[in-house]
Write a protein that binds this ligand. Structure first.
Ligand code: AHG
Ligand code: MN
Ligand code: MN
Length: 317
């Protein structure tokens, strides 16, 4: 297969061609390409949309939609008519949407249409996160995912995707198509950066011990408050750890298993890393509800294993 080193592409390989050459089936290719298409409209909405000025309306005099709701509509509309989706679950919608238009879809997806949407106001990076399953059951452990991806809307728009054959980065070009910029991203220890979510004053002793030891070892703090750019930094820098731990007043943390953790855990595992809720592999958790949250320690294997050991000691005390 054509390879592309970051910044030194031997020859361009675009997303569709990569998917075809790596043997991904037509329907799954369609889903990934529909998300790529949706991202053109989402990035346009982020760049030019309503900045929260009271009473603003669009060209047609309608009240502007919030960016996360708009992103959800953009993605749902494209997938609804794709003919390849059975069910969709979105962080913006309370119930699973069953696709009845051309209803013979083989795949189902769970997605966060615009993670970190409150960061748009302060002009920080945000992203779309997508998890793809075969069949119509979305309440299955994340290890059953057939593909996962995120689109990061930063100074550049990039897509990081895995169909179970490694994890690869694509960047949107001037024609708004995605070209490969990095093949087979690998996390190779030790962690050089850490991104700690949640209030430190609410950390439990095990998490505090873990964080202090990272700091003592010179691991650099890199936290933007956006899950997608924070995970992207860990992946592209080739090592690091992101955490949003259980807190003294919230044992389940903040991030959602279906929409945020499972797809990121799939990508990070495909890059040779791992993701844990502190006790158990994220991808082995059986979701009980669509909006279930879990604590997370995700990134370089050695660091996640060390976090688990710190938490085990905490239990023993
Ligand atoms: P969302 O915008 O979909 O509600 O999620 C935001 C998430 C995630 O992007 C980030 O990791 C986390 O919230 C940050 O939370 P804190 O502000 O509590 O650190
Ligand atoms: Mn989110
Ligand atoms: Mn969201």
């Amino acid at each position: 297969m054509a390879s592309a080193e970051r910044g030194q592409t031997k020859y361009q390989i675009n997303l569709r061609r990569y998917l075809r050459e790596s043997g991904v089936d037509r329907d799954l290719t369609r889903i990934i390409c529909e998300i790529a298409n949706a991202s053109k409209y989402i990035i346009n909405a982020i760049r030019t949309g309503d900045l929260g000025v009271a009473g603003t309306s669009n060209l047609y005099g309608e009240q502007q939609l919030e960016l996360d709701v708009l992103s959800d509509r953009i993605i749902q509309k494209r997938l609804m008519y794709s003919g390849v989706i059975a069910k969709m679950a979105s962080e913006e919608v309370d119930e699973v949407v069953e696709v009845t238009v051309r209803n013979n879809g083989r795949y189902s997806i769970a997605f966060d249409p615009l993670d970190g949407s409150s960061l748009v106001d302060v002009n920080l990076a945000v992203g779309t996160i997508v998890s793809i399953y075969e069949g119509d059951n979305l309440l299955r452990p994340g290890r059953n995912q057939v593909a996962a991806l995120y689109v990061l809307y930063g100074p550049r728009t990039t897509m990081v995707v895995s169909t179970g054959k490694g994890v690869h980065e694509f960047a949107m070009n001037q024609l708004m198509e995605f070209d490969m910029v990095q093949e087979n991203i690998q996390l190779e220890g030790p962690a050089k950066i850490y991104a700690p979510g949640g209030l430190r004053s609410k950390y439990t002793p095990g998490t505090l011990k873990f964080v202090r030891s990272l700091e003592a070892n010179g691991t650099k703090l890199r936290y933007s408050g956006g899950f997608v750019p924070d995970i992207n930094q860990v992946l592209i820098k080739g090592g690091g750890i992101f955490m949003y731990p259980h807190l003294t007043d919230n044992p389940h943390g903040k991030l959602r298993l279906l929409y945020e953790l499972n797809p990121m855990a799939f990508l990070v595992e495909q890059a040779g890393g791992t993701a844990s809720n502190g006790k158990q592999r994220i991808l082995d958790m059986t979701p009980e509800s669509l909006d279930q949250c879990a604590p997370v320690f995700i990134g370089t294997k050695e660091s996640v294993a060390f976090a688990e050991r710190c938490l085990l000691e905490e239990e023993g005390t």
